[in-house]
Ligand binder design. Structure first.
Ligand code: XUL
Ligand code: CO
Length: 435
């Protein structure tokens, strides 16, 4: 079989290596906090960026060289891509992947034909998974590219479109199940509005909830028991997207009785577009016991859109891994590199460099986060900061058994509370000790 990536399997050479095609920090079997690095990190590669992103931008078409791709919508071309994708996974050493239905197989003249194309590619993916041990982290349906979804899919004002989307999701969940996928994601690409002048928000949200309940019913019917993930994003392409951030998603899931089966898939660049840090979004999800998986990337503070860059910022990966360790690690989820090369990095080998960088940045983040936790000073400071609530009265408050009158009595009997420092700068210095 022709090889398209001009390298052997990427190996670990340690921090002193100058080889750009080697890991300096990611050493898959090295134990960190009692577990091999690869089991903490559970890296996944997205089919859409690795195999299908031609690297266009709003001002110009694609630049990516894909010598394996004949540019056609043939099933043969789609099957061919599978081999190339698995060559990439094997060489980079990534053991999970994710797809949209339309990444792996072409959308053909009608739904039945598109489904047949999917079946053919899924059969091949299944073979490759068996051959290599690679697992599907999650599948999803692309409900945003085709013009029919211009007004949304599960929130479209047109029931015909809604039904088409339902059929597409039904099939995508079945394909995920066929590939023993660990989860299934909903990113509401166009589930939102461009203007409220033409929008009945209440009906749209009710429809979306009904859609997700039907997805759960279908999963139960076919015995797919993985979690569903909702992926928040505030805007782009819609002016406003209903799943705008972690808190909005949780509110929606609670309101419509969907908390049991759903978790969140949080993406760094989506968090920053929402005006939050990723750390904030992770904290919101973890507090609710609802963090499922992560789309690992980063944005650019100078560009206001979803640049989907590779995560290379060690401070950022450290913050993410502190949260993942605090949660006790992933179960079904992982770190999916929902990231694309810059338009100028158009050669196949740039995919290698990009993923090596992301994996090394997360390996360092993991090691640093584990060291900060092992050290214990940061956690102790936070614990100490709330220690007054460990008193008898504090415990009463936390148990919901206190009254304003009791607190008034307490306040009247005590002198002015002593203002204590939050020591932000000291803590920032402490974190920097480990970087
Ligand atoms: C888009 C995005 C998607 C989802 C899957 O911003 O992140 O690729 O991850 O639909
Ligand atoms: Co994403």
């Amino acid at each position: 079989m022709i090889q398209y990536f001009d390298c052997d399997k990427i190996g670990y050479e340690g921090p002193s290596s100058k080889n750009p095609l080697a890991f300096k920090h990611y050493n898959p079997d090295e134990l960190v906090a009692g577990k091999p690095m690869k089991d903490h990190l559970r890296f996944a590669a997205p089919y859409w960026h690795v195999m299908r992103n031609v690297l266009g931008d709003p001002f110009g078409g694609g630049t990516a060289l894909m010598p394996w791709d004949d540019g056609s919508d043939s099933i043969e071309n789609a099957l061919n891509r599978v081999d190339v994708f698995f060559e990439f996974l094997q060489k980079i050493g990534i053991e999970f992947y994710c797809w949209h239905d339309r990444d792996i197989a072409p959308e053909l003249g009608d739904l039945a034909k598109s489904n047949e194309a999917l079946d053919a590619v899924v059969a091949k993916l299944k073979e490759k998974q068996t051959e290599t041990g690679v697992q599907l982290l999650w599948g999803t349906a692309c409900l945003f590219s085709h013009p029919r979804y211009a007004h949304g899919a599960a929130t479209s004002p047109d029931m015909n479109v809604y039904a088409y989307a339902a059929a597409q999701v039904k099939k995508a969940i079945s394909c995920t199940k066929e590939l023993d996928g660990l989860g299934y994601t909903f990113w509401g690409g166009r589930e939102g509005y461009a203007t409220l002048l033409n929008t009945n928000m209440k009906r749209e949200l009710d429809h979306q909830a009904a859609f997700l309940h039907m997805a759960v019913d279908h999963a139960n019917e076919i015995g797919f028991d993985g979690p569903f993930y909702i992926e928040p994003k505030p805007r782009e392409p819609s002016t406003h997207q209903y799943d705008s951030d972690a808190a909005a998603c949780l509110n929606f899931l609670r309101e419509y009785g969907l908390m049991d089966r759903f978790r969140l898939n949080l993406e760094t660049n989506h968090a920053t577009l929402a005006g939050h840090t990723m750390e904030h979004e992770l904290t919101v999800a973890i507090n609710a016991g609802m963090l499922g998986s992560i789309d690992a990337n980063r944005g650019d503070t100078l560009i206001g859109w979803d640049t989907d860059q590779f995560p290379t910022d060690i401070y950022g990966t450290t913050q993410v891994m502190l949260k993942v360790l605090e949660m006790g690690g992933f179960t079904t989820g992982g770190l999916n590199f929902d990231a694309k090369r810059r338009r100028e990095s158009h050669e196949p080998m740039d995919l290698m460099y990009a993923h090596i960088g992301g994996m090394d940045a997360f390996a360092r983040g993991l090691k640093i986060a584990a060291a900060i936790r092992e050290d214990g000073r940061l956690a102790n400071f936070v614990k100490e900061r709330y220690s007054s609530f460990d008193s008898e009265l504090g415990r009463k408050i936390e148990a919901g058994k206190c009254s304003f009158s009791e607190l008034e009595q307490f306040a009247l009997g005590n002198s002015e509370p002593l203002l204590k420092s939050g020591r932000q700068e000291m803590l920032e210095n402490l974190v920097n000790e480990f970087l």
